[in-house]
Design a protein around this ligand. Sequence first.
Ligand SMILES: [Zn+2]
Length: 160
Amino acid sequence: MVKLKLSIAAELENVTNLEPVGNNFEFRFKVKCSSCNEEHPKTVSLNRAEEYEVSGSKNAKANFVWRCGLCRRESSAKFESTPITPYKAENAQFGPLLVIECRGLEFIGFDPEGTWKCVGTESGTVFSEVELAEGEWSDYDEKASLPVNISKIDSKWERA
Ligand SMILES: [Zn+2]
C-alpha cells in the first residue's frame, strides 16, 4: 500500500479557500497499474461517498476498484477520512488537497473538472459554483467591488 498526496496550485485573485463542493465530488484522475505500469487510456472518476467491495478480502471497501486491462490484476484506492484541505496559497505555490491510499495502482494526473467553491478574500462572499473545466474562472465580487479570478491550475502527486 502506498499513500499518495494530491497537491494543487493556482493563481487566486481576490479569493481564497478553494475546494471541491460536497462529499460526492467526482475526482477525475489518470491511473497507472503498479504491476505492469500500464496507464489507463481514460480518465477515471471516484468520490469520497461511494464505496465498493474489494475482492479477496472480507469486509474491505474502497472508493475505487479497478482491474488493469493488460495484466488483469485488481487494484483499489481509498480516500483518507481527513477532510479536504481548502487551497489558500496566493502566490501559486502548491498546497495539499487530499491523501489517498493506493493498493496496486498509482494516480498520475488530475483533471479539475467539476464544481468548486471559494471565498472572497476581502468580503467573505461565498462563490459556490466555480467551474474549473476550462482551467480558468472569473466572476465579480459585488460586496468588495473587486474582480475575482482563478487561473493557472496545476496539480501534482507525491508520496504522502
Ligand atoms: Zn497491469
